[in-house]
Design a protein around this ligand. Sequence first.
Ligand SMILES: Cc1cc2nc3c(=O)[nH]c(=O)nc-3n(C[C@H](O)[C@H](O)[C@H](O)COP(=O)(O)O)c2cc1C
Length: 357
Amino acid sequence: MSNALQTSIGALRLKNPIIAAPAEHMVDAAGVRAAIRAGAGAVVVKSNNESAAAKDQLQRAEYIALDERWNPVPWGPQAPRSVTLATRSGMSPQPFDAWLDQTVALDRLARAEDTLLVPSLILGGMEAALGMAKRVEQAGLRVLEFNIGTPYASQAVKGAVSTELSPARVAEIVTQLRAVVSLPVWIKITGQSERVPELAEAAFGAGAQSVVMAGRLLGMVPDLDSFTPVLGTSLGIGGYWNLPLTCHWLALSRARLGPAASLIGINGAQDGLDAARMMLAGASAVGIASNAMLRGFGVLTEAVDQLAGYLAQKGLTAEEIIGRAADSRRSFADMPLRTDHWRAFIPPMGALETREN
Ligand SMILES: Cc1cc2nc3c(=O)[nH]c(=O)nc-3n(C[C@H](O)[C@H](O)[C@H](O)COP(=O)(O)O)c2cc1C
């Protein structure tokens, strides 16, 4: 089973494609240990940066689960699968030095479990980010995830976090990073763009080993009684419904960059079958963040098992499914002619006509 699940991100091998992606359950060492023991192929720790405002934001953070009618439901494993999560989040509360020490200690456990431990920085200021990246490399960590596409930059204090929207700027940032570190870097980019493949191309062109696509979007839900936005403002929103958007970006990026570019899918994966869907769209590995924060670390174990079951049933390895659906995408004009087929998809007109006559 373990060989069938193996995948690669650039030169790094993962024992399986399920990545425990960062959110608040990855702040404490206990959470990261739980994700490692749950069997994820890689575990990304809660991000850090130098911004006091970004840390302050965590202490003002708020989280809500909404059902399909936008009514709140209790936070926890009993929440329906169709839930939308709306959040304001912030940075790791730990000072960088303590965070780095904790991450290095956790990397020892991760190595023993054949898990890739991934430190994550979020771009606040470039100079500080370069300094922290160097420290990450000097500490012997094996990879660095650099998030330049959080949903919150337009809402947060200036310089706290970044939502980079220009390919030229992505290229410049990654070039600067590559000039100071030689460890593999994964660049996490925004989904708040119609140019996700171009952003990815810029990151790879400047030396990224992988691109994580794509960050969540901002949204706002008005409350019908208070006439105010739910949780007071615009929020990062996520849910199962994000999966098709992620798969679309993965497929377009694969078409643009070719199969050699290792893409990591994130945003909307709930379980192992969703991971398979993102892999079919072109991901070499798939992050699961909020579903594990909401329901617990068992989500990760179940995702690995479910993906293994799917692959066994198909008689394929993880690497053999990557990009299969993306590569069979066709244009609308290539679709077969089905004259008047559209009529089967509109409401019945009979009753309406009788009333009007
Ligand atoms: C509460 C919360 C906190 C998050 N914190 C981080 C973070 O520190 N660093 C990061 O790169 N992404 C962070 N994310 C984004 C997730 O890693 C992930 O990209 C996003 O939630 C979409 O994936 P999902 O559908 O599996 O949740 C956070 C998301 C949530 C909901």
